[in-house]
Design a binder for this molecule. Structure first.
Ligand code: A2P
Length: 270
């Protein structure tokens, strides 16, 4: 939990983040973030769209862990595709979090959720220029994107100055996004994987269970470990205290053969 990846600008980021997608604002978010921090997580991932930034911020402030030991990511809503909207969204998020500068600020998606796949290249460039200002002003220690594919990344980076420091994508056993992952590696963009358990759907996977049994680990632990061995930053989500602890207890090594077996599941039924 204290191991870090280093972003291309030298900022370090704890290797496992606590994901808060789909955790309702209020006691559920507050308690799970407190549990995660008590368990040793030092990286919390939220978003304006999750609606839970206020509880995340309060949990971090109440935890007693120094702010500079915690890495906080939040995201500009996917619907925002203009400069004024981006400035407003950032002010709103930072006010709700009330934690000072954010460690990483992401464009949540290349298109509004209701219009997936639609073309917002110009809008993303406009938003990114605001991100660059926030970065230069020290209000975000790093900036990045989420759900971007190579085309989206190409058009954005061709027209702007700061290369995204991270791209957060849906990444799990059976869904390893090879083209996007390769693009990011080539350009020194850290890949963060959300839904590393496929929002829970991997948990009854017999192939992963057979591997897990050999190590005396759970399917969740093997699935999370797989990301780490691929240099992808996992963002597991849970509101169950025992699982929050379990998901961070992944200090074991999958053999190359078992990693290859997990790789092969990509071509399988998913
Ligand atoms: P819960 O929050 O009720 O504990 P993902 O991280 O891929 O989005 O998956 C999150 C889902 O997986 C949630 O439904 C969460 O349930 C469940 N989950 C998270 N960790 C574990 C675990 N270690 N064992 C079983 N289920 C888990």
């Amino acid at each position: 939990l204290t191991d870090t990846f280093t972003l291309s600008n030298g900022v370090t980021i704890p290797k496992i983040g606590f994901g808060t997608w789909q955790i309702p604002d209020g006691p559920e978010t507050y308690d799970s973030v407190r549990t995660a921090l008590d368990a040793g997580y030092r990286h919390i991932d939220t978003a304006r769209a999750y609606g839970n930034e206020e509880s995340v911020g309060r949990a971090v402030r109440d935890s007693g862990v120094p702010r500079d030991e915690i890495f906080i990511t939040t995201k500009c809503p996917a619907e925002v595709k203009d400069a004024e909207g981006a400035r407003h969204a950032f002010e709103r998020s930072t006010a709700l979090l009330d934690l000072g500068p954010v460690d990483l600020y992401l464009i949540h998606a290349p298109w509004p959720w209701s219009k997936q796949g639609s073309d917002h290249r110009a809008g993303n460039i406009e938003v990114w220029k605001v991100f660059e200002e926030l970065y230069e002003a020290g209000r975000a220690r790093a900036i990045g994107v989420s759900n971007f594919e190579p085309d989206d990344l190409e058009s954005l980076t061709a027209a702007t100055d700061v290369m995204p420091h991270a791209n957060q994508i849906r990444w799990f056993v059976g869904n390893t996004q090879p083209e996007t992952t390769a693009w990011c590696r080539e350009h020194d963009v850290l890949v963060e994987g959300y839904s590393p358990l496929a929002t829970g759907r991997l948990l009854d996977n017999g192939d992963i269970a057979a591997i897990a049994e050999k190590y005396g680990k759970s399917v969740a632990q093997v699935s999370i470990r797989y990301l780490l061995q691929k240099d992808i930053l996992p963002l597991p989500k849970s509101t169950t205290p025992s699982r929050i602890v379990e998901n961070a207890d992944v200090d074991f090594e999958l053999s190359p053969e078992d990693v290859a077996a997990l790789d092969a599941l990509d071509a399988g039924d998913r």
